[in-house]
Design a protein around this ligand. Structure first.
Ligand code: F6P
Length: 546
């Protein structure tokens, strides 16, 4: 596609000038004072998600330059090309059509095959759910998903996030690690006649997944399990390999669905088993609503576009190399792990789509933890450390703890109070990051612990907060299948936007291949002790390990 890479545009030069003149030293407290309507201007309502971009380190002029940059880089044409099924993943010669998985029946590319698999999968799901939790042999109580990366992280994130919607007779387990402890700890808890194993692998060749699948099959046979066809299903594009494994019930998808974009496909089977058909449809509909927002809303009001532009500004001008995602919703505790693959596998690239080395930074490091837990671990560094790390607060207006039958009004009132506590904590952290605390303010405070050997002024220095630390707040009314679908798609498209401006291929992942190949060589050496031809460090470590 004949559009320039971001650094080869006129807008980039203008943005550089703007950065030197206004961006480098921008102080949030000042821009708030200068612009009384900043909160209104920088509040964007997208489907199910409201974004407060007012505490982002930018001003209206920055945004204008970034929007010029997006236009000059052909962002809209690139977006339309992706959604129309053009080969965007050029190194693998593939289209990138996860959006088609969420399109209503009859709309979008490949609709017939998408909905054929979806219908078949959801019929299977309803069949399992009808008797789930029962005590008769064959009635399922436990679902064990065996998969890794994109064949694990989506279902593993969504099922706990939507705990309130999960079938009460079903327990869900997610096994991914090559470490046998992962599988063994799950097998201790389940019974063969009541367990459904989902072997999830796009390629059906991934080392860890195949090893865990073989071990699970062994355990099943060891414990008297006979009906593999009934207790093992596969979600894969490689139906032949699944059949060779002994699995007859397979739900397929296609090479135009990347692993990290696959929770909407058959890889979402555990999600559908947990939530049921109509909730799975609601999740797809939420995702589709965000697709429509991305495809149709003007760039200036388009939440994924604005967030992607923010990412470019932060990475390439402000110099921020990491971002911290903190969902103030316990169910969303695996969201940072999910987003790590989405963002860092997509945009962790050092050459552009043509193979030319990039003279600027790409993916930042994404990390995080549920609030309020993160506050008691790493927030010290966020407030007073030497590096500025933009923080993303995810707030949810309604609590979504499951109402147990035994919940008395008194308990309910206490938990409701805790929800206010949770929200107040999130608000307070964003406030503290932005406003900080001066040495004078700190001096005026009564210090709780006396430190007689230290002058009050010195203690006050430790108790100051620089402030002017940026954050973003994403607000949802409630975590439902629909809103969660929209939230995930918001992050997908945001990642696409920064990748498009950087001119990289956001859809391949060659960086994971070298380690895989080397591991194949080292595995037999660990058993035999043969270290011939190895580098000294690896050879010495093999000797110690044996
Ligand atoms: O880690 C590399 C990767 O290819 C991911 O992109 C993918 O999600 C994961 O491995 C699992 O692959 P598969 O679904 O083929 O087992």
């Amino acid at each position: 596609m004949a559009f320039p890479r971001c650094d080869q545009t006129v807008a980039w030069s203008a943005l550089s000038g703007h950065f030197e003149a206004h961006g480098r030293d921008l102080d949030l407290r000042q821009v708030f004072a200068d612009n009384p309507d900043r909160v209104q201007r920088l509040g964007i309502q997208a489907p199910e998600v409201f974004g407060d971009l007012s505490r982002v380190h930018w001003d209206v002029a920055t945004l204008r330059h970034l929007l010029d940059l997006a236009r000059e880089c052909g962002l809209e044409a690139r977006r339309d090309a992706m959604m129309a099924g053009e080969v965007m993943n050029t190194t693998e010669g593939r289209a990138v059509l996860h959006t088609a998985l969420r399109a209503p029946r009859g709309q979008g590319p490949h609709s017939q095959q998408v909905h054929d698999v979806l219908d078949r999968m959801l019929a299977f799901v309803e069949n399992v759910r009808t008797t789930a939790g029962g005590t008769a042999p064959g009635q399922i109580t436990d679902v064990v998903n065996i998969g890794i990366g994109g064949s694990d992280l989506g279902p593993q994130m969504v099922v706990p996030a939507l705990d309130a919607f999960v079938h009460p007779g079903l327990n869900f387990h997610f096994v991914s690690n090559a470490d046998g402890q992962d599988l063994a700890s799950v097998l201790r808890k389940v019974r063969p006649e009541h367990t459904l194993f989902v072997i999830a692998s796009k390629t059906f060749t991934t080392q860890e997944t195949m090893a865990n699948a073989v071990a699970a099959r062994q355990w099943f046979a060891d414990h008297g399990g006979t009906d593999i066809a009934r207790h093992f299903v596969a979600t894969t594009t490689n139906v032949e390999a699944a059949a060779a494994f002994g699995i007859t019930q397979t739900f397929g998808f296609w090479d135009w669905v990347g692993g990290r974009f696959s929770m909407w496909s058959a890889i979402g089977l555990p999600i559908a088993l947990a939530l049921g058909s109509s909730n799975f449809h609601a999740m797809l509909a939420g995702g589709h609503a965000m697709d429509e927002h991305f495809a149709q809303t003007s760039l200036a009001h388009n939440l994924p576009v604005l967030l992607g532009l923010m990412d470019v500004w932060y990475r390439n001008f402000k110099g921020y190399s990491s971002r911290c995602v903190v969902p103030y919703h316990h169910g969303l505790r695996r969201l940072p792990a999910y987003l790590q693959q989405l963002v860092m596998e997509s945009n962790g690239k050092r050459v552009d789509a043509q193979g030319a080395p990039l003279p600027f930074g790409t993916s930042d490091v994404l990390w995080g933890e549920a609030g309020t837990n993160g506050q008691h671990a790493f927030f010290q560094m966020l407030h007073q450390g030497t590096d500025v790390v933009p923080v993303e607060f995810l707030l949810v207006r309604q609590p979504s703890y499951r109402a147990p039958g035994s919940m008395t009004p008194a308990l309910r009132a206490l938990l409701d109070q805790q929800h206010h506590m949770l929200l107040a904590n999130g608000l307070a952290q964003a406030q503290a990051l932005m406003w900080g605390k001066t040495a004078e303010e700190a001096l005026g405070e009564a210090v709780p612990t006396a430190a007689p050997d230290m002058p009050a002024e010195a203690i006050a220095k430790h108790r100051t907060f620089p402030g002017n630390r940026p954050s973003l707040t994403l607000l949802m009314d409630e975590v439902t299948p629909r809103s969660l679908g929209a939230l995930v798609v918001l992050y997908e498209h945001r990642t696409f936007v920064s990748g498009a401006l950087w001119g990289i291929n956001s859809f391949d992942q060659w960086g994971v291949e070298l380690g895989k190949a080397l591991c194949k060589d080292l595995l037999p050496r660990l058993c035999s002790g043969d270290t011939a031809g190895l580098d000294a460090a690896t050879a010495a470590m093999i000797a110690r390990l044996r």
